[in-house]
Design a protein. Structure first.
Length: 68
């Protein structure tokens, strides 16, 4: 395999997974697109993050498979 092909593959996979991470971040903190660079975690209060944690933990519990 040529080095060029390897580099193209790495760049493709990196951009794909970076996009997935961005989608997850948007779902977690509620900021989208360019707002994500301006709206940092410092602007959210402690109550917001407590509610976010509860919401995420509920979703994780609901997705947990039942024991056999």
């Amino acid at each position: 395999m040529k080095l060029f092909n390897v580099l193209v593959h790495i760049l493709t996979e990196t951009s794909r997974h970076a996009g997935h991470a961005d989608i997850l971040r948007e779902q977690l903190d509620g900021t989208v697109g360019l707002d994500a660079t301006r709206a940092g975690q410092q602007e959210k209060d402690a109550a917001f993050w407590r509610n976010q944690r509860v919401k995420i933990e509920r979703a994780a519990s609901a997705a947990r498979p039942e024991p056999l």
